[in-house]
Design a protein around this ligand. Structure first.
Ligand SMILES: NC(=O)c1ccc[n+]([C@@H]2O[C@H](COP(=O)([O-])OP(=O)(O)OC[C@H]3O[C@@H](n4cnc5c(N)ncnc54)[C@H](OP(=O)(O)O)[C@@H]3O)[C@@H](O)[C@H]2O)c1
Length: 325
C-alpha cells in the first residue's frame, strides 16, 4: 500500500500539470480587434491598461469623470501609434461618475453605441480610504462603497444582457489584496473590495453557462496616485503618497499582467509580493495569528499618530518670552 502512494501522487501531479499546460495553450488568445471598455482610464493602472490594450490592437472605450484628462489619454494613444505596430484603433470616450447610480444606465447605452457590443469590460476605477472606524462618518463608508462596489456591479449588470445575447464576453475587475485580507485603517476600502470579490465569484459561477468569463485581479501596492486621491474619515482628500504605494509595482507591469489574464481567461489572479501572499494564506490557515498581527499593526499606527500629534503641537508652541509679543 505504502509503495503505491508515491507513484500515485506523482501521476496525479503530472496529470494536473499537463491539464494546466493544455488549458493555458487552448486559452492563450489575443485582444486584436476586440472591444475593450476600461473604467478609470484617466490615470494610474487604468491609463497603463489603455496603453497596453491599445498597442495589442484592441478597440478601446475609455471611461472616467474628467473629459479633459481622458481626451489627453486618447491623444497620447493616437500619437503613439506607429506603422510597425499591429493594426490599432482610435479610442472612444464615455464620461460618467460611477458613484452616481442614476448615470450608469445611460453610460452603458453610450458604451454599447460605440461599437454595438462589448467583448471585455475592465472594471478598474476605484478610490482608496485612510482612517479609523471610530472617526469615520458613515457617508464616507457609503461613498467608497458606491465607487468601488455599486458602480462596477451596476455597470456590469447593465452590459451583461448584451453579452448573454451574444453568448460571448469577459468581465474583469481590479480588486486588491485587500479584497482577500482586511488591514487596519482601510475599513471602507477593504470592505468594498471584499464585496467585489464575492459578487464577481458568484457571477463567474452563474454566467459561465452563457459563455461569459469572469476574472478577478488582486494586486498589491502599485505606484499610482491612489493614496493621494484617497478619502479620509471626514470626507477630505488624504493627499499623501504613502511609502508602500511609492515602492509598489510598476503600473505598466501590472497592466501587462492584466492583458495576460484576459488572454488566458484566468479566473482569479493574485499579483502581490511574498509578504502579502503569505498574509492571504495565513488569514485562512491560521486566522488567530493573522488577527494578532493586525491588532499589533493597529496599535503601532495609533502610537505613531499620537507621537506625530505631540511633536506637531510642540513645534507649534511659541518659545518662552515670545508669548506677549
Ligand atoms: N495603487 C495601488 O496600490 C492599488 C493596489 C491594488 C488595487 N488597486 C486598484 O487599482 C484600481 C486603479 O487605481 P489606481 O491605483 O490606478 O488609482 P488612481 O491613479 O487614483 O486611479 C483611479 C481611477 O479611478 C477613477 N475614478 C475614481 N473615482 C471614480 C468615480 N466615482 N467614477 C468614475 N471613475 C472614478 C479615476 O478617474 P477620474 O478621477 O479622472 O474620474 C482614476 O482614473 C483601483 O480599483 C484600485 O483599488 C490599486
Amino acid at each position: 500500500m505504502g509503495g503505491a502512494t508515491l507513484p500515485l501522487v506523482l501521476t496525479t501531479l503530472g496529470v494536473l500539470l499537463l491539464y494546466r499546460i493544455l488549458t493555458r495553450l487552448r486559452s492563450n488568445g489575443s485582444v486584436q480587434g476586440l472591444v475593450v471598455v476600461i473604467t478609470g482610464a484617466s490615470s494610474g493602472l487604468g491609463k497603463e491598461c489603455a496603453r497596453v490594450f491599445h498597442a495589442a490592437g484592441a478597440r478601446l472605450v475609455v471611461c472616467g469623470r474628467d473629459a479633459g484628462r481622458l481626451q489627453q489619454v486618447v491623444q497620447e494613444l493616437t500619437a503613439s501609434t506607429t506603422a510597425t505596430q499591429k493594426q490599432t484603433f482610435s479610442p472612444s470616450t464615455v464620461i460618467f461618475d460611477l458613484a452616481k447610480a442614476d448615470t450608469i444606465g445611460k453610460a452603458a447605452e453610450e458604451i454599447l453605441k460605440c461599437y454595438g457590443h462589448v467583448d471585455v469590460l475592465i472594471n478598474n476605477a476605484g478610490i482608496s480610504y485612510r482612517g479609523n472606524i471610530l472617526d469615520t462618518h458613515i457617508s464616507v463608508q457609503r461613498e467608497v462603497m458606491e465607487t468601488n462596489y455599486f458602480g462596477p456591479i451596476s455597470l456590469t449588470q447593465a452590459l451583461l444582457p448584451s453579452m448573454v445575447h451574444r453568448r460571448s464576453g469577459h468581465i474583469v475587475v481590479i480588486s486588491s489584496v485587500q479584497g482577500k485580507i482586511a488591514i487596519p485603517s482601510r475599513s471602507a476600502y477593504a470592505a468594498s473590495k471584499h464585496a467585489t470579490q464575492a459578487f464577481f465569484d458568484c457571477l463567474r459561477a452563474e454566467i459561465e453557462q452563457n459563455g461569459i468569463s469572469v476574472t478577478v485581479i488582486s494586486p498589491g501596492y502599485i505606484q499610482t496616485d491612489l493614496s493621494i486621491n484617497a478619502v479620509t474619515g471626514d470626507g477630505s482628500k488624504y493627499g499623501i503618497m504613502d511609502k508602500a504605494t511609492a515602492a509598489g509595482q510598476n503600473p505598466r507591469d501590472v497592466a501587462h499582467a492584466v492583458l495576460k489574464a484576459v488572454c488566458q481567461r484566468s479566473s482569479d489572479v493574485l499579483l502581490a509580493g511574498t509578504l502579502p501572499s503569505v498574509a492571504v494564506y495565513l488569514r485562512t490557515l491560521w486566522p488567530a495569528l493573522f488577527f494578532k498581527l493586525m491588532s499589533s499593526r493597529a496599535r503601532k499606527e495609533q502610537k505613531l499618530k499620537e507621537n506625530l500629534l505631540t511633536f506637531g503641537s510642540r513645534t507649534l508652541r511659541r518659545p518662552p518670552g515670545q508669548d506677549q509679543t
